[in-house]
Write a protein that binds this ligand. Structure first.
Ligand code: SF4
Length: 359
């Protein structure tokens, strides 16, 4: 079984913290979608396996009208796919749009809410407000979309623990099946990082950020969510199938500018430039860079991805000594002889992964 990821790099407005590849040149959507259709046609059978999951991500896929979404799904052929996800910006949600994308074949939505606090949303430059976020979820539910994920961010400038708890409570009240949550990162070159450097905003203390993460884990687990990956929580049975394929080595084909693919130990990626991508597809000269993963790369990858999940990695796989990390309480051994990160370890996950990878 395999997955297809389709990248839609358009955004109506750039968020202040974002360093993803995206563009506000909405007038280029039509020619871009035509290029996507051509690439899908050429590559959809590349893995030789049936497509089980489809993920339309971005950028902002909901900048596309339903006709474009329908054309993309028809080109892929999603009749047998178990999970067909699309990311949605709450500002784009209307009853009609949600009904139409469901009819077009979308059966899971990932809604980029980030916060239910208008002031925090304004500070990070999101284009929607709290009311639109709540209404987007409710409209999606009314449209019959019953597998909903929302994104929430913490450690936002000026955010207090009370505000964060209120966001988690609001998310739980909405009755969504899946929550992805990330602490704000100040990436190089973003407008928010500039504000930080100029002293206009302050970063949240690391201790407070860790406490926010712990609160999130506690509250969601109490509400019956399974903490199945460091940043992902799902009601039983609603773990994201497509994203899980990134963590367990299932092949996937990445379509669109900047999209990554992974097929038979080869990772490849399209150029993350709109012109280069569209021109390359049109005249058949698109060059995908690629690398073949060595035994060492594959080991490091299994450590890196495995330790992010609640499954961890089998003890016998690990090639480095683990006693120091075990004694420090950062990892633990399970009854099934696997190594998983402890709650304390999840705060220092990158350091644990680094310690267990080989050079
Ligand atoms: S909507 Fe997403 S991709 Fe677009 S600017 Fe905001 S964070 Fe970046």
């Amino acid at each position: 079984m395999a997955g297809i990821y389709v990248h839609i790099p358009f955004c109506k407005k750039r968020c202040l913290y974002c360093d993803f590849f995206s563009t506000t040149l909405l007038e280029r959507r039509e020619e871009y979608v035509n290029a996507l259709l051509q690439e899908i046609k050429a590559r959809k059978n590349e893995t030789g396996e049936p497509i089980r999951t489809v993920y339309i991500g971005g950028g902002t896929p909901s900048t596309l009208d339903v006709n474009a979404i329908r054309r993309i799904l028809q080109a892929i052929g999603t009749e047998e796919a178990e999970e067909v996800t699309m990311e949605l910006n709450p500002g784009d949600a209307t009853e009609t749009y949600l009904h139409e994308i469901r009819e077009a074949g979308i059966n899971r939505l990932s809604i980029g809410i980030q916060s239910f606090d208008d002031e925090l949303l304004r500070l990070i430059g999101r284009r929607h407000n709290a009311r639109q976020a709540i209404e987007a979820v409710q409209m999606a539910q009314q449209a019959g979309l019953d597998n909903l994920s929302i994104d929430l961010m913490y450690a936002l400038p000026t955010q207090s623990m009370e505000q964060w708890k209120a966001d988690i409570d609001q998310a739980l009240r909405l009755g969504v099946q899946h929550i992805s949550s990330y602490g704000l990162m100040y990436e190089e070159g973003t407008a928010l990082t500039q504000q930080l450097e100029q002293g206009q905003i302050e970063a949240i203390d690391e201790e407070v950020e860790n406490a926010m993460y712990d609160t999130l884990c506690e509250q969601l687990q109490q509400a019956g969510f399974v903490h199945y990956e460091v940043s992902n929580f799902a009601l039983p049975g609603y773990e994201a199938k497509h994203n899980s394929s990134y963590w367990n080595g299932t092949p996937y084909i990445g379509i669109g500018a900047g999209a990554h693919s992974y097929v038979r130990n080869v990772r490849s990626w399209n150029p993350d430039n709109l012109d280069t991508y569209i021109r390359g597809i049109k005249d058949g000269t698109l060059v995908r860079e690629s690398e073949t993963l060595t035994e060492k790369d594959l080991y490091n990858e299994r450590i890196m991805l495995g330790l992010r999940t609640c499954q961890g990695v089998p003890c016998e796989l690990i090639q480095k000594e683990t006693d120091t990390l075990l004694e420090a309480g950062l990892i633990r051994k399970t009854e099934t002889n696997r190594i998983v990160a402890t709650q304390e370890g999840l705060h220092l996950l990158n350091r644990i992964i680094e310690a267990l990878m080989v050079d």
